[in-house]
Design a protein around this ligand. Sequence first.
Ligand code: 3PG
Length: 395
Amino acid sequence: FRTLNDVEVRGKRVLLRADLNVPMHDGKITDTTRIERVLPTIRELVEKGAKVVLLSHFARPKGKVVPEMSLAPVGERLAKLLGRPVAFAKDCIGSEAANAVGKLQDGDVVLLENTRFHEGEEKNDPTFSKELAANGDLYVDDAFSAAHRAHASTEGVARLLPAYAGRLMEAELKALSAALENPKRPVGAVIGGSKISTKLDLIGNVLDRVDVLFIGGAMANTFLAAEGVKVGKSLQEGDMHETARTIAARAKEKGCDLVLPVDAVVSREFKAGAESSVVPVDQVPDDTMILDAGPKTAELISKRLETLKTLVWNGPLGAFEIEPFDRATVEVARAAAKLTQEGKLLTVAGGGDTVSALRHAGVDTKMSYVSTAGGAFLEWLEGKVLPGVEVLRAK
Ligand code: 3PG
C-alpha cells in the first residue's frame, strides 16, 4: 500500500480518517492514547502544508444525532495536545462541512462531527461515501483500530479517492506483521480471557503460527476441566470441553506447545482483598474458584519467555482488576517488558483489556508495540481480512 512518502500533500485537502473513539466518562475523556497516537500523522500533514480534514466515529449513536456523542470535546482536547487550533464542523457532510473545509488555509486542521450520526456510515452507503469524499482531494487512513469495520469512512471513501496509509496505520501493520506473519522464532502467545467460545477462531489461527501458546484467564479453567481436573466453583464453559480437547489435540499435531496453569490462586469470593490461597490446579477445593494463575505458573511462563524471540499478548492471566488476583498478569508482563527492554524479545500486545492490564503492571510503554486496537486486533489475531486495510492494499 501507499504511504505519506508517496504523495505530495501541499495545498491539498487531505481527508484523514482517525479513530478518535476515546473512552469517556461523565463527559470527560478518561484516556487520550488514541488522540496522541495519531498526532505524528497530523503534524506531518500540517508541516507539509496540507489542509487536514479529520474524520472519525465516536461511540455507537446508531445513525442518529446524539448530542452526548459529539466529537466536539475530543476536538478541544486534540487542539491542546497538538498545540494549535482545530476547527470543528457540526456535520461531516453537506454545507456545514463544506463551509468549514472551504475556510482552511494550508496547514490548518478541521475536525468533522461524528460520522456515525448518519445511517450511511455503518451501511457503507455509496451516496454517503461520495458526500464524505467531496471534502477531500485524497484520503489517508490512520484508523487501524476501526479497520475491521467496512464502513463508509473506513472503506467506502478509500475507493473514491487516492488512498494512503497514515503513519499510525503503517506502524500497526508493521508491528503485527513482525509478530505473526514473519516472526523471529521461537514465537509465543499469551492468550487470556474468560471464554473459549468467543476466542475459538483466534486460538485456532494463533495455534497454527506460534511455537508455544500460554492460556490464561477463566479460559484456562475450561481447558483444565476438559482434561478432567476438578475446578470447583470456577468460571468455565461446560459445553466447550469437547472443543477444548480438540484444540489441545490440534496443538500437539502442529507442534505447538499449549501451556496451562500448574497452580492457581483460589478464593471463596470474588472481591477486593478476599481471603485467598495458592493450590496446585488438581487440588482446587470444591467451594472455591480460580481467580488467577499461581506463582509457579507465572514463574514457569516468565522462564519460558527467555527462550523466545517474539511474543504476542492478548488478555490477562487472571482477574487483574481486583487485587490480589492481578499477580500473575503483573509478574509475567514485567518479565516480558524486561526481556523487551534488554533487546531479547519483540513483544506486541493489544485487544480488549490487554492495554489496561499492562498499564496496571506499569509496563504499557515498555513493550515493543502496543496496539491502539481492540476489536480490530482480535480480528487480526483471528486471521480475518480487515476491510479498511484490504482497500488500501488494493490501491
Ligand atoms: C474500537 O473502539 O474498537 C473502535 O473504535 C471500533 O468501535 P466499534 O466497536 O464501535 O465499531
